[in-house]
Design a protein around this ligand. Structure first.
Ligand code: FES
Length: 352
């Protein structure tokens, strides 16, 4: 479409003003025209109906954003925190978290999309030459820099002090090697190493506070006990991380209150053992609400229901806490019947 077809008020005022002849700079136009193709006007600049359509599209996006925000508030008020929903391929997740995430996502996305559409179709489409002076320094400035540099070198006596010069170049050459050496930590991949903890069949559960092996009678209803595998002390060299990774929370729940069938099978007389490491970003969980059997991670408030497979009922954690299968040995002590069957902590890279 040529400029003659366009209503005058839609033509950009500065159009063409900054351009001299292609590739030629002169006094009036000190910056040479780079020879860009002629400006193409948008349909909205020349057709009022198209502009109205764009206006309605932008308004629609902002309206959707408003509705999504209302949906966000309604979800927050109406959906029970305990309600879960099956979403493929995520599995069972909190319906409240899902609804809040979706509505907030739509509200923010449509504000952004509406603003972008508005800018692309209706805001000013004027092409403006951004005039920039040459960045090369003038000959006088360059001469001055060279002179200063020579003067500095002379005053430092680097030419005469050969020992300093040699050792300085040696130091400057070696320093970057420290960074290269650190690259070694990028590999090899941990592979199976992160998947396993110190638990194995027959390992006794030891109370972390008393260092005594636990009997079922030591675990009272309503109490929260922390345990570690037998045979290791906190100060054992090289094992601190391993002990932290294997840390357990032990609670006793009335068997009839345990909702998850597998959890019941893996428990002993209602005593259940779960990893103490939060599946969000790995903080140790420490708060237990005995009436509801909920445990709370103090870092970002993820809450897990220990009477229902330790599934997440609130907060950012993405997975239930891993359960350790336990039993009792011939001497009446609580023992592990194997390792965890899934990675503890966030470990998102290891999950299938
Ligand atoms: S680490 Fe537990 S909620 Fe973030």
């Amino acid at each position: 479409m040529s400029s003659q077809d366009i209503p005058e008020e839609n033509l950009p005022a500065e159009q063409g003003a900054a351009h001299g002849a292609v590739g030629v700079a002169d006094e009036e136009h000190p910056f040479a025209d780079p020879g860009l193709p002629p400006h193409e006007h948008r349909i909205q600049d020349v057709d009022e109906r198209a502009a109205k359509r764009s206006e309605r599209t932008v308004a629609l996006m902002f309206t959707v954003s408003m509705l999504a925000t209302i949906g966000f508030i309604a979800s927050f008020v109406a959906i029970d925190v305990d309600t879960s929903v099956y979403i493929w391929p995520l599995g069972h997740i909190s319906a409240l978290n899902f609804a809040l995430g979706v509505t907030l996502g739509i509200a923010l996305f449509t504000i952004g999309a509406g603003a972008v559409h508005w800018a692309r179709t209706l805001m000013s489409d004027v092409e403006v030459a951004d005039e920039r002076h040459a960045i090369e320094a003038s000959p006088e400035v360059r001469e001055k820099v060279f002179a200063d540099f020579k003067q500095g070198a002379k005053e430092s006596a680097i030419g005469r002090r050969k020992l300093i010069r040699t050792t300085m170049f040696g130091a400057l050459t070696l320093v970057p090697l420290s960074g290269v050496v650190l690259l070694r930590d990028l590999g090899p991949l941990p592979e199976e190493k992160l998947r396993h903890t110190l638990w194995s069949k027959g390992k006794l559960l030891v109370n972390m506070n008393t260092n005594e092996p636990l009997r079922p009678s030591d675990v009272a209803v309503g109490s929260l006990t922390f345990a570690k595998p037998e045979g290791l002390e906190e100060h054992d060299h090289g094992f601190q991380n391993e002990i932290a990774k294997a840390a357990l929370m032990i609670v006793r729940i009335q068997p009839e209150n345990i909702k998850d069938k597998r959890e019941l099978e893996w428990s002993h007389e209602g005593i259940v053992a779960y990893s103490k490491i939060c599946t969000h970003v790995g903080c140790p969980i420490s708060l237990y609400e005995q009436q509801t059997h909920h445990v709370l991670c103090p870092c970002h408030q993820s809450t897990f229901d220990l009477s229902d497979g330790a599934r997440v009922i609130f907060g950012p954690a993405g997975h239930a806490l891993p359960q350790l299968r336990i039993g009792v040995n011939d001497e009446g002590y609580l023992e592990a019947l194997g390792d965890f069957e899934e990675p503890v902590g966030p470990a998102f890279w290891e999950r299938g």
